[in-house]
Design a binder for this molecule. Structure first.
Ligand SMILES: Nc1nc2c(c(=O)[nH]1)N[C@H]1C(S)=C(S)[C@@H](COP(=O)(O)OP(=O)(O)OC[C@H]3O[C@@H](n4cnc5c(=O)[nH]c(N)nc54)[C@H](O)[C@@H]3O)O[C@H]1N2
Ligand SMILES: Nc1nc2c(c(=O)[nH]1)N[C@H]1C(S)=C(S)[C@@H](COP(=O)(O)OP(=O)(O)OC[C@H]3O[C@@H](n4cnc5c(=O)[nH]c(N)nc54)[C@H](O)[C@@H]3O)O[C@H]1N2
Ligand code: SF4
Ligand SMILES: [Mo]
Length: 681
């Protein structure tokens, strides 16, 4: 007799949609994975990538046993060992370093799984107790996130479902069809009801194709555009004076600054027609309710924090927050009352204050000889592929004196540099609990099938290492279900409901900022931030030009951005054959005029280069690229690239103005055609 069950789960990937899914399991084997139709945000639909999650899970190259390095670093040569041997040896190595200086041990993790249990619980307890260096997890969202904190008080904003009732939607720095599909559903509903959709993005994305208007500004010029809009709102008096007076701080100063940005100046900086800015301002000033879906694409440049702050001023100026279908959404994660102290136990630091390593500049950190990192434990991330300035990252990982442990599902570029690779479970094989940065529900993930081979969860590994290191606090015995329960208080989330249906909705007001009540110190939208001023920074937002502004260099005249490919999730899924087949191979999209000027034909192999390195790939002469800007869609595994590199060979480790974040899209390059034979294997 066949036994068939349906197991409720949550998509673990770093995506704002946080879908609920249902796995059909027949005789212990996952046979079908579908979006949960009962969950309103998922609405029964998963993206192409996660529809292939079973294929990823059953992949013939899944890591299924612990491996120990048997060749030089990066050679990918390993031999299988038992868990006992691996864990004993890792614990002994870490113990020896700890006895000398625990800060020489560094954890490196990000949102390979967004789960609170596999992503930020037992691991953090372990490193806190150890006294390891702290990791500043800046690689994605801190520029915009911290910036929003200064203006609005946190990662808070509109609820995603209310975008459906907006009459004007600005999709700003987001390719929603590729990376926020379930928001796009609401945008389409709004469009059907007569709303106007505007896409603000240097690239003519699939999303831009479907919007009413596309503002193809130069990378890193969003603050200039926001000020140009403000200028028009002011001179045409499209302002909500009552809202400004009651619920904002710093209006007089902001007004003065905005008046320095007539649309002609903004247009020159942004590289777009002046009339387009004037028209956009008219639409924004006269359409109610107007909503902005800001996404992280616009903050990966030097002035990314200031740009997010400038954009975040707009809704208050027109009183958009008064309506639940007006305002702005960058991230909803700040609305979740996650009990991180209970999960991560910072008290285990016991008063120690270890140094902090910024994950964005891991290349420099690993090459720093003054204060060397001796051991690196990587999980939920693939830094050799995703961190900027790969030349330095690879040189750092290749250090023979560095002890590197990688917990992974696959033999990634990073795993190739490990001393030990430990096989990790997937979302179908472990427990977890999830918040979301795109909607406002908590999701529970139950294991659907047994782990492949000897794969073990992150929590299991850190529990076992804790035992071997002699950490005897009872919190190191907590099982994964206990950790799931510790994530939220019973008042915040009804765990029984969560268990029964797989999701639970936070209780939140519809239009929380209709009368101010922002979680800032003043309770107002802070155009002027006294907190920033107290740090010696500009209290007002400003346009901060890129480190590498388009057109500022003769040697490297093209601005390169490297946004996500639709069928990958960062560097995840690149190894799933069916998805890789859709993406083809690493490409550089280039405008016809720029290609012509360089004698580059469509499909030619090109060398993309700057002072940091070079990367070879295929050129695609594309209408998606505007003149002066090229796109290297990411993030490919280096070892699958033409010359064993990816776009991050070109990106820099310089940081954003606010939030110490990466500046992936602040990058100048030159491109030239190369003869096929010149490409190294
Ligand atoms: N399919 C897919 N989905 C994903 C991901 C993925 O890799 N693939 N990644 C996930 C992750 S980690 C994140 S953080 C989220 C959010 O990811 P985001 O970084 O917001 O990614 P996108 O939605 O692609 O939006 C980025 C858009 O910003 C544009 N852009 C680049 N520079 C600028 C600029 O200076 N100004 C403006 N206005 N636009 C600019 C790019 O052309 C791109 O279309 O997406 C998640 N979803
Ligand atoms: N050039 C360029 N670079 C970028 C970006 C860009 O737009 N352009 N985007 C940046 C952004 S926004 C982000 S968020 C980062 C993302 O970078 P990362 O956070 O490193 O994300 P992924 O590349 O998806 O790698 C996640 C890894 O975690 C593994 N994993 C998943 N679940 C588990 C688990 O339960 N346990 C363990 N041990 N491992 C697991 C997966 O197999 C995968 O290899 O990349 C950044 N890099
Ligand atoms: S990656 Fe995003 S859209 Fe795809 S299933 Fe996961 S949460 Fe949903
Ligand atoms: Mo991200």
């Amino acid at each position: 007799m066949t036994l068939e069950t349906q197991v409720l789960g949550a998509c673990p990937h770093d995506c704002p949609d946080t879908c609920a899914f249902v796995t059909t399991v027949r005789d212990g084997v996952a046979v079908k994975l579908q979006g949960n139709p009962a969950h309103r945000h998922t609405a029964g639909v998963l993206c192409t990538k996660v529809s292939r999650y079973i294929e990823r899970n059953e992949h013939p190259e899944r890591l299924v046993q612990p491996l120990k390095r048997s060749g030089p670093k990066g050679s990918g040569l390993f031999e299988p060992v038992t868990w006992e041997t691996a864990l004993d040896d890792i614990a002994a190595r870490l113990h020896a370093i700890k006895s000398n200086n625990p800060e020489k041990i560094v954890p490196y993790s990000y949102a390979g799984t967004m789960g609170l249990v596999q992503g930020e619980s037992m691991d953090r307890r372990f490193f806190n107790k150890l006294g390891a260096s702290l990791l500043d997890r800046t690689i994605c969202s801190t520029a915009g996130g911290e910036a929003l904190g200064f203006t609005l008080g946190g990662k808070v904003g509109m609820r995603v479902e209310f975008f459906a009732d907006a009459k004007l939607i600005l999709i700003w720095g987001s390719n929603s069809i590729a990376s926020n599909l379930h928001f796009w559903r609401h945008a389409q509903a709004a469009k059907r009801a007569g709303a106007r959709l505007v896409c603000i993005d240097p690239r003519k994305t699939e999303t831009a194709d479907k919007c009413d208007e596309h503002v193809a500004l130069l990378p890193g010029t969003d603050a200039a555009l926001a000020f140009g809009l403000m200028h028009e709102l002011i001179v045409n008096d499209w302002l909500d004076h009552d809202y400004i007076e009651r619920y904002t701080v710093g209006w007089a100063q902001l007004r003065e600054r905005a008046l320095q940005w007539p649309p002609s100046r903004a247009a020159a900086v942004c590289g777009v027609p002046e009339a387009q800015i004037v028209e956009l301002a008219r639409a924004y000033g006269t359409t109610k309710p107007a909503a902005i879906r800001l996404n992280y694409g616009m903050q990966r440049v030097r002035g990314g924090g200031n740009a997010a702050r400038a954009v975040a001023c707009l809704p208050a100026l027109v009183g958009a927050w008064r309506d639940r279908a007006g305002g702005l959404l960058l991230s909803s994660s700040g609305l979740f009352p996650v009990d991180r102290a209970a999960l991560q136990r910072p008290d285990l630091l016991g008063g120690r204050r270890p140094r902090t390593i910024n994950m964005t500049s891991i290349g420099d950190a690993l090459l720093d000889t003054a204060n060397p990192i001796e051991a690196l434990v990587v999980y939920n991330s693939n830094p050799v592929a995703i961190a900027p300035d790969s030349g330095k990252v690879v040189a750092g990982f290749a250090r023979e004196d560095l002890f590197t442990v990688v917990l992974e599902q696959f033999q990634t570029d990073t795993a190739d540099y490990a001393d030990y690779v430990l096989p990790a479970t997937t979302q179908l094989e472990h427990w977890d609990i999830h918040f979301s940065y795109g909607h406002t529900d908590v999701l529970l993930n139950r294991p659907a099938v047994a782990p492949r081979g000897q794969a073990r969860s992150n929590t299991w590994v850190f529990r076992e290492l804790a035992k071997r290191m002699g950490f005897d606090e009872p919190c190191f015995d907590d099982d994964d279900e206990t950790l799931c329960r510790a994530a939220f208080s019973a008042e915040a989330v009804d765990f029984e409901a969560l268990q029964a249906q797989g999701f639970a909705t936070l209780k939140l007001p519809d239009a929380p900022y209709a009368e101010g009540n922002f979680p800032t110190p003043s309770g107002c939208c802070e155009f002027f931030s006294a907190r920033l001023a107290a740090q010696g920074q500009d209290g007002l937002p400003d346009h901060v030009p890129n480190y590498e502004s388009a057109g500022s260099s003769k040697e490297f005249p093209l601005a390169m951005i490297s946004p996500p490919a639709r069928n990958f999730l960062n560097s995840s899924f690149v190894n799933v054959r069916s998805l890789r087949a859709i993406e083809g191979e690493p490409l550089l999209e280039i405008n016809e005029a720029d290609a012509l000027a360089r004698g580059i034909e469509d499909g030619a192999t090109v060398r993309v280069f700057n002072q940091r390195g070079e990367h070879r790939c295929r050129a695609e002469v594309s209408r998606r690229a505007r003149p002066g800007v090229v796109h290297g869609l990411g993030i490919w595994w280096r070892k699958l690239g033409l010359d064993g590199t990816n776009v991050n060979q070109l990106t820099s480790q310089r940081l954003t103005d606010i939030g110490r974040g990466p500046t992936f899209y602040d990058c100048l390059v030159e491109v030239e055609s190369v003869a096929e034979a010149a490409v190294a294997p």
